[in-house]
Design a protein around this ligand. Structure first.
Ligand code: MN
Length: 131
């Protein structure tokens, strides 16, 4: 019986247009063992790229590793996020995350449970903070 495995990297995948505006690239890091609903990925957003509105069944934690980004919960102001910031979103809270207009942004996403997806973030919504 093998106790541990060093796995080759999976190919980087392009974020699907149904879920993202702009170019987003995803490196899968881990999927939960057995019945664990955890999914861990490094998500790379090009400047101006962002998710659509969405929520996670159980919750999500984002850890920003590079660049500058934006995050917003439904009905709340847009918040700037930078390397070292940790964004914890409870289950079923609608939100989006993405890069700043003029910077790349990478975050590690620790996601639990399936996502429900809504509308894309319009340019007017994305620039609502005046940037
Ligand atoms: Mn999310």
């Amino acid at each position: 019986m093998r106790l541990m495995d060093v796995e080759p990297r999976k190919p980087t995948a392009k974020g699907p247009a149904e879920w993202f505006t702009g170019e987003v690239w995803i490196d899968t890091i881990a999927q939960g063992h057995g019945s664990s609903p955890m999914f861990i990925a490094a998500v790379h957003f090009t400047p101006g790229a962002r998710t659509a509105w969405h929520s996670h069944a159980i919750g999500q934690t984002l850890y920003v590793t590079e660049g500058e980004g934006r995050v917003q919960s439904r009905g709340e102001p847009i918040v700037t996020i930078r390397p070292g910031d940790i964004v914890s979103t409870p289950g079923r809270e609608w939100h989006w995350h993405g890069a700043a207009p003029d910077h790349f942004m990478t975050h590690i996403a620790v996601t639990e449970g399936a996502a429900e997806w809504g509308e894309h973030i319009s340019d007017a919504e994305y620039h609502a903070d005046g940037t």
